[in-house]
Ligand binder design. Structure first.
Ligand code: DAK
Length: 259
């Protein structure tokens, strides 16, 4: 269906693979357009409970925006490319379901930023991750200056961005850039297990919790708390809240219906 994107469903989990292994899955315009379409497909299907994003081949998650394509762009083309990327990354960040980046190698520049736009990051022990943009004469452009600092803190983000260093998986774990590190052959199994664990919970509650966390990180504490109270209240209009609490009282496993 697409040239550079593979979308598969396994039970209630969508697995989206950026598949341009010859270019280490670098994001060119076509790949971003296809990624946009694939995210639309996932959003249309309300049986999907989580999305795993990974890279094709065994060397890279995504080695960044496509330098070969970017190199000769003029200002207007650069602007178009930036707007497209920002739109797609925002769509990924705002997905109503949880998203997991399964990082299977290089995650550099736009690749690191793509992983940062996901909710959770699992890295293979072969991962090399970083923001090397300043080595190319540019700044991070897909929100790396913003999301990296929110994820690992100001000083560590500044060091990573100013040096352009590629760090390994253990260092990424130590600074909180990834949630866990596993051997390469266990990566997808680990990501799927995590996705299935999330999928077994009340989907509306999980989604509202995601939205509250994402909104809260950008506003002051009181505004965030007010939003949390709103979504907490909203849960009580769902059948799944009744089912979850009834199941607890009846000492049985809840059966959530996304209602
Ligand atoms: N773009 C295009 N092709 C790439 C690529 C990339 N980012 N990364 C690798 N490739 C291609 C290589 O050109 C090579 O292609 P062939 O020569 O075989 O045709 C193939 O993938 C294999 O790569 P290497 O031969 O280089 O493999 P090595 O093992 O020697 O090295 C490497 C692997 C990952 C260390 C190296 O390829 C590398 O340094 N790649 C570039 C990494 C990088 O600098 N990434 C950041 C790109 S800048 C913006 C928003 C976002 C951005 C910009 C603007 N706006 C909103 C304005 C984002 C910018 C970036 O991501």
């Amino acid at each position: 269906m697409w040239e550079n994107i593979i979308l598969e469903m396994e039970e209630s989990i969508a697995i989206l693979t950026i598949n341009r292994p010859k270019a280490l899955n670098a994001l060119n315009t076509n790949t971003l357009l296809e990624l946009d379409e694939a995210l639309n497909e996932v959003m249309k299907d309300n049986t999907i409970r989580a999305l795993i994003l990974t890279g094709g081949g065994d060397r890279a998650f995504v080695a960044g925006a496509d330098i070969t394509e970017m190199k000769d762009k003029n200002a207007m083309e650069g602007r178009e490319f930036a707007l497209l990327g920002q739109r797609v990354f925002a769509k990924l960040q705002d997905m109503l379901i949880p998203t997991i980046a399964a990082i299977n190698g290089y995650a550099l520049g736009g690749g690191c930023e793509l992983a940062l736009a996901c909710d959770i990051r699992i890295a293979s022990s072969k991962t090399k991750i970083g923001q090397p943009e300043v080595t190319l004469g540019i700044t991070p452009g897909f929100a790396g200056t913003q999301r990296l600092a929110r994820t690992v803190g100001l000083a560590v983000a500044k060091e990573l961005i100013f040096t352009g260093a590629q760090i390994n998986a253990d260092e990424a774990l130590r600074i909180g850039l990834v949630n866990r590190v596993v051997e390469p052959e266990k990566l997808m199994e680990e990501a799927k297990n995590l996705a299935m664990k999330i999928a077994s919970n009340a989907p509306i509650a999980v989604s509202l919790a995601k939205q509250a966390i994402n909104k809260g990180i950008d506003v002051d504490l009181n505004t965030g708390m007010a939003y949390e109270a709103e979504v907490f209240g909203l849960c009580f209009s769902t059948k799944d809240q009744k089912e979850g609490m009834t199941a607890f009282v009846e000492k049985r496993k809840a059966e959530f219906k996304n209602e």
